[in-house]
Design a protein around this ligand. Sequence first.
Ligand SMILES: [Zn+2]
Length: 207
Amino acid sequence: MILKQIEVKSSLIDENTNCYIFQDENTREAICIDPGGDLEKIEEMLNIMNAKLKYIYLTHSHLDHIEKARELKEKAGGEILISRKGAENINNSDINLANLINTSINIEIDSRVDDKDILHVGDIELKVIYTPGHTDDSTCLYCENENLVFTGDTLMYMGCGRCDFPTGNKKDLRKSLKKLFLLPENTFVYPGHGLPTTIKDEKERKI
Ligand SMILES: [Zn+2]
């Protein structure tokens, strides 16, 4: 497997978002997680990897994670996936935060994912973990074989996502973090912003 992290810039925030491309080397199939900006950078990486883009996965409906999903699909193909709630929320400008910068977005979802769904990307298996709290539509993607989890804005290096945006809920976030802390301690955590970390390190910090 090949994992590439691309720092992309959304028009929503000053901070970069981590977009990930995760590829099965044998079949060249790939999944792109959170194409929140800088479409050219993502396309360039897909070309370098000679990737067949199978899925465009959105960890939640915030603009800085979804902004280039439609354009990426137009350029590189792939099915756009988000949680069931995410499919309801995605074009709602209050929830996706597009209203904060007076814009709007229109993304058509190809498939909705539910908790415990398994996605196959070549030989890679990814399990959906429903983790509401930062938004009610947040999910993480866990790859047991490769010992890693993509956590969006739910769990980050030295912290977690805020819950004061529409659909956010502190209690739910705590429950979701507890759920993630049940993963093996040596699991690598790849968050939507900032540095990678591990389940062990974040658990010890007792968020
Ligand atoms: Zn967010």
